[in-house]
Ligand binder design. Structure first.
Ligand code: ATP
Length: 315
């Protein structure tokens, strides 16, 4: 099936001469949740703004559901809902009026039943007559989402959806995003929170210094780059690592009370059995074993560092 968004060779150099994006190629599949991760200033908002037709790219093309975002702007834009980072909306209007007005901006005929459905879905129905300015920050954010959904877009962009919201609202937002996906909406979100990407995304793209350094299925990414660690809690502390254990990737921790063994989850053999056998042969007794997997956060930090080192080496 044709991807819902197709980005080819997209680059952006701002008027001052700063290149914020360098030749990005990316396809977004229908019905997926795609998370775009990257440090501050990496180019996430620039990329989203180009896809939504708010900023023109310097080079390259973007197709939204088959329509060119520059040449067929109205058509392409009508497929897209955007929830921007900044909360800005007419504070004297009621929730109901604001959301209906947004639908009208896209030239769509009024559909009170549809607007009621999204307000209920977003737990805003009880607040429909409230003025925006009287709502809490979390409710205002929901209104922004309702506005973005008002014209029945197939694609929803969420730029930092949970920045500055409390844990409870964050969970609600995640739940809501999943429901939207079940209703057939493709979701693209940017985030600083690795936890968010780990929790929600099907695929993850990492952007750094205007380059898409990686796009991968989340589980594949975690498997590929994830290292597992086995912590061996020793019965008696060790001063140094015995020579006979030198072949293992081991580290002494907790004043010699713990041995930390790092292994690659990709390898056929973890080496754990050999390690335990060697410990036994060396008379090293242990009382507990505990294994842990690296999180997306660690993977991300490693990736960004690796990318920075490569840039430094390239001069
Ligand atoms: N209108 C503009 N003119 C010049 N430079 C800009 C403009 N907009 C953004 N930039 C620069 O482009 C780079 C990428 O910015 P962008 O907002 O896309 O990053 P981001 O990844 O969304 O960052 P954040 O996570 O902080 O929102 C930054 O260095 C920024 O200063």
């Amino acid at each position: 099936m044709q991807p819902i968004i197709s980005i080819q060779g997209v680059g952006k150099t701002y008027a001052g001469g700063f290149t914020a994006l360098k030749s990005v190629d990316l396809d977004i599949e229908r019905g997926e949740i795609f998370a775009l991760l990257g440090p501050n200033g990496a180019g996430k908002t620039t990329l989203i703004s180009i896809i939504c037709g708010i900023v023109n790219s310097s080079v390259g093309t973007v197709l939204a559901d088959g329509h060119d975002i520059q040449r067929e702007f109205r058509h392409a834009r009508s497929k897209i809902g955007l929830v921007p980072q900044e909360l800005s909306t007419d504070s004297f209007e009621s929730v109901w009026a604001t959301v209906n007005f947004s639908r009208g901006l896209f030239g769509k005929a009024p559909d009170p039943a549809y607007i009621e459905k999204i307000l209920r879905q977003l737990s805003l129905w009880e607040k429909r007559d409230s003025k925006i300015m009287a709502l809490s920050g979390g409710m205002k954010r929901r209104v922004m989402i309702a506005k973005a959904l008002s014209h029945e877009p197939k694609i929803l962009f969420l730029d930092e959806p949970t920045a500055g919201v409390d844990v409870e609202l964050r969970r609600d937002m995640w739940e809501m995003v999943r429901e939207l996906r079940e209703n057939g909406v493709t979701i693209i979100l940017t985030t600083h929170y690795i936890e968010e990407a780990e929790e929600m995304a099907d695929r993850i793209g990492v952007i750094n210094h205007g380059q898409l350094v990686l796009v991968e299925d989340k589980h594949t990414l975690m498997r590929k780059l994830g290292k597992k660690q086995l912590t061996v809690h020793l019965q008696n502390p060790l001063q140094t690592l015995p020579e006979a254990l030198a072949e293992f990737d081991l580290e002494l921790a907790d004043d010699g009370h713990q041995l930390i063994y790092t292994f690659d989850t990709q390898r056929e053999q973890t080496g754990i059995a050999e390690l335990l056998r060697s410990l036994n042969q060396q008379g090293v007794e242990f009382r507990d074993l505990h294994s842990s997997e690296s999180s997306l956060e660690e993977i991300f930090v490693n990736l960004v560092h690796q990318n920075q080192n490569e840039r430094l080496q390239a001069g």
